[in-house]
Ligand binder design. Structure first.
Ligand code: 2P0
Length: 397
């Protein structure tokens, strides 16, 4: 193919990340600059991923477009998406200005097509994987030389937590201090290979779209919570140091304690906001109870719960404790979907969890699926395109 009909394409997949030190609060809402640093575990893309194709061509006309899970998204009015596109185009323009032989892709209409393999807005950080995939795919299409850290500054403007999905393993988002946000970026703390036996069991409590959006909730907290300033200034900076050390030393007990403390601290400042923000429900508390029971039975911390802006539980544990943790949940929830797949198949039901009856019944009634997964790698370039050679979106499955 040549000339004006050529369709340039690049595709990538990007992972979901689940924070163990939570981002909750912005010091700048336009640039998505956070009130504190945060740290997450990147989850395996075998279970959860966004897949995005970025394409451009002289034969495309009209404004840039995005199709997400088969539906056209309105991106012209989305300041966040526009900020990402503007930054990426400007980096491409710089390359084109330096090397006149490069095709002027920065001038062409972008057609973006994306699909998640999990429900959007189910409280599973779909915006993180989505913006990470979008930025990575366009950066590859434009053949940008920028590092994942540099691209994380762009993804952050799409959605704060997205900056942490540009890398695998254990990832810190440094809050930074500059007003322009140029030092508010993600950094790999340790790769997957450092602690590959880290597992995560997600209990999906609700696949409904969530009530209070993160963006609105964070603003309410920053403006009204009396507990939040201490969290931003003292508690999180201390915990970041402690948990990074725990990760480097593969000290699971410290990792687990801080993870649970920080989830509770985040939900405490939500409850301390006015009007108060509730994300956890009875099913979440039953999951907490199950984690505490497993830890008590083991006589040490072998698992840790964490909850985001919704009722779903994420439980971290090491592979060697699969039977004591995932096994107990499998025996309580044998028939719900999600036990198939690489990590889940290895889980045998364990009937000796000794969970009290009330929590048991609450979990049985309230958990709709599990996602049995583990720590995974960063975005991957793939040749499976969601836009065909002629520039048409491939129909959504
Ligand atoms: C986190 N969450 O660290 C925290 C914990 C939810 C609870 O990042 O407004 O979708 O797009 O920057 O990233 C969810 O907030 O918010 C989030 P925006 P985002 O994972």
């Amino acid at each position: 193919m040549s000339g004006s009909s050529q369709v340039y394409r690049s595709s990538t997949t990007a992972p979901v990340n689940i924070a163990v030190i939570k981002y909750w609060g912005k010091r700048d809402t336009a640039l998505n600059l956070p009130t504190n640093s945060s740290l997450s575990v990147t989850l395996s893309q075998k279970s959860l991923r966004a897949h995005t194709t970025a394409s451009c061509s002289e034969s495309f006309s009209g404004p840039d477009s995005l199709i997400l899970n088969g539906e056209k998204e309105e991106i012209q009015s989305s300041k966040r998406t526009q900020a990402c596109l503007k930054n990426l185009r400007s980096l491409r323009e710089q390359l084109e200005a330096k090397d006149g032989s490069l095709p002027k892709l920065s001038k062409l209409t972008l057609r973006l097509v994306s699909a998640n393999n999990f429900p959007t807005a189910a409280g599973l950080a779909s915006s993180a994987a989505g913006f990470a995939a979008l930025v990575r795919a366009i950066a590859d299409l434009y053949e940008l030389p920028q590092s994942p850290e540099e691209l994380s500054i762009i993804a952050r403007q799409g959605s704060g937590s997205a900056c942490r999905s540009l890398m695998g393993g254990f990832v810190a988002w440094r809050a930074g201090t500059k007003e322009d946000g140029s030092d508010s970026l993600a950094e790999e703390v340790a790769p997957v290979s450092h602690w590959p036996d880290m597992r995560a069991l997600v209990l999906v409590v609700s696949a409904e779209k969530k009530g209070v959006s993160s963006t609105a909730g964070m603003q309410t907290t920053v403006e009204t919570s009396t507990l939040a300033p201490a969290r931003f200034k003292e508690i999180v900076p201390r915990r970041m140091k402690e948990i990074e050390k725990a990760i480097h030393e593969k000290d699971f007990e410290t990792f687990a304690r801080i993870t649970m403390q920080d989830s509770n601290s985040f939900h405490a400042i939500c409850l301390d906001s006015w009007p108060p923000i509730h994300y956890m429900n009875d099913v979440s508390r039953a999951a907490m109870n199950a984690v505490e029971t497993a830890n008590r039975k083991a006589g040490k911390l072998i698992c840790a719960y964490t909850f985001d802006a919704g009722p779903n539980a994420v439980i971290y544990y090491l592979e060697e404790h699969t039977h004591q943790i995932a096994g107990v949940f499998r025996s309580i929830l044998p028939r719900i979907p999600g036990w198939e797949g690489e990590f889940g198949e290895a889980v045998r039901p364990n009937e000796f969890g000794s969970l009290e009856q009330k929590s048991l019944m609450t979990l049985k009634a309230g958990v709709s699926r599990v996602i049995c997964t583990g720590v995974g790698g960063g975005p991957e370039k793939i040749e499976e395109h969601l836009v065909d050679e002629k520039g048409n979106a491939v129909p959504h499955e």
